[in-house]
Design a protein around this ligand. Structure first.
Ligand code: FES
Length: 159
């Protein structure tokens, strides 16, 4: 699939169907974005344009909704998304060191995906598990009481 012309983009066809079912109801925007996130793993700009045209919602408004909800992503994520909490409770217990270790092992920065598409890294604010600080998650798996020395072994489980 090439981003320029979107040829053979079956996912886009599916999204167009979802939009059609909305019958122009702009309040269905989040429903549509959920479908896009589910299908693509993120919300590509060219899909935002299609939604904007079909539902007659300004791009800025769509962007605002995407960035408001943490479940939506503007960047592609790896098969395994590693997230390190930099909220206060985690930060004071050394989560920055955990994040640095993840970056070092995977060889990528926050917001990037490894070349094989397997891992991506993000940093988050409080994920509501402060009692387990510092917290790292890999997709929905939660690892508490983290320490940089534990990172390598945990990531190896997902290799
Ligand atoms: S600050 Fe990290 S879980 Fe609350």
């Amino acid at each position: 699939m090439c981003e320029g012309c979107n040829c053979n983009d079956e996912r886009l066809e599916k999204i167009k169907e979802v939009i059609k079912e909305c019958n122009g109801d702009k309040s269905q925007l989040i429903h549509v974005l959920n479908e896009v996130q589910e299908l693509y793993g993120y919300i590509p700009t060219y899909v935002q344009k299609v939604i904007s045209e079909e539902l007659d919602i300004p791009m800025a408004e769509i962007y605002g909704v995407i960035t408001f909800y943490s479940r939506f992503s503007l960047e592609p994520k790896g098969k395994y998304n590693v997230s390190v909490c930099l909220g206060t409770a985690c930060y004071v217990k050394g989560s920055q060191g955990v994040l640095d270790k993840v970056k070092e092992i995977l060889g990528i920065d926050v917001g990037q995906v490894t070349k094989d598409g397997k891992f991506s890294i993000e940093s988050t604010r409080c994920v509501g598990a402060c009692g387990l600080a510092p917290v790292m998650t890999v997709n929905s798996d939660v690892y508490g009481n983290m320490d940089p020395s534990k990172v390598k072994e945990i990531l190896a489980k997902y290799e």
